[in-house]
Design a protein. Structure first.
Length: 241
């Protein structure tokens, strides 16, 4: 993907008046403090701990390290979209993109079901579309009920391509879903403990969609929670190859 000069904020940080760096430091401090505490205990009292406790400590430390890596990944992605992204347009098939997405997430393919116009070729930036959908699917896999699949559907219209990611959970209200697109927002602390990263996934999805001149949103209905991505259908002249 080709970078372009920095333009207006894609994340609306000015609108909510948040101190991005202060929030980032606060988020990073929690796993760092946890790691320091466990490492200090192992150094000072390691010989007094039994094998099971030591193994448990190592597991927690590894989990906190994974959390830190996820946060750094989110911050790097945030810096990139804030710098501006120029989409690279070409033809793609939604089914192929979905297969790549499942592989990218290292997800069990039985937990993700595709439907709709999966074999209709459309013009777009497949990498950027995948990056837009990735946090939506990841969110559904992480927080939705494991007994039912996440359904990713696509509808290709004359002017718009609509992607929907649905899970059967109704854990949130539609108002809470809308708030999740704001930086560093999760529904509650219990949900936060289940995920990794800094809580920027859906914010980045919104930024990537806007880079494609599209929109994202979500709602809760009688069938569960659905997040959607609405993208324009590009003209043949826009296709790079």
């Amino acid at each position: 993907m080709t970078e372009r000069p920095k333009g207006p904020s894609l994340l609306g940080m000015e609108d909510d008046g948040r101190d991005l760096f202060g929030l980032a430091a606060h988020k990073l401090n929690t796993p760092i403090a946890a790691l320091r505490g466990f490492i200090t205990t192992l150094i000072q009292r390691g010989e007094q701990l039994d094998a099971d406790t030591t193994k448990q400590f190592h597991g927690v430390m590894l989990a906190q390290t994974d959390k830190l890596q996820g946060m750094v990944r989110d911050f790097l992605a945030l810096a990139r979209v804030q710098g501006g992204i120029q989409p690279m347009i070409h033809t793609m098939r939604p089914r192929d993109l979905l297969i790549e997405l499942i592989d990218d997430l290292k997800a069990d393919s039985t937990r993700v079901k595709g439907s709709g116009d999966l074999d209709v070729k459309v013009a777009g930036d497949s990498e950027l579309v995948r990056m837009t959908l990735r946090p939506l699917v990841d969110n559904a896999l992480t927080y939705g009920p494991r007994s039912q699949p996440v359904v990713v559907s696509v509808r290709v219209g004359p002017e718009r391509v609509r992607w929907e990611v649905r899970d059967a959970g109704t854990r949130l209200s539609s108002e809470q879903v809308a708030q999740l697109f704001r930086p560093f927002t999760r529904a509650d602390s219990a949900v936060e403990r289940r995920g990794s990263g800094a809580g920027l996934g859906l914010t980045l999805a919104r930024a990537y969609a806007e880079a494609l001149q599209g929109q994202v949103g979500g709602q809760v209905d009688g069938d569960g929670t659905v997040f959607w991505v609405d993208l324009p259908v590009l003209k043949q002249d826009d296709i790079a190859g």
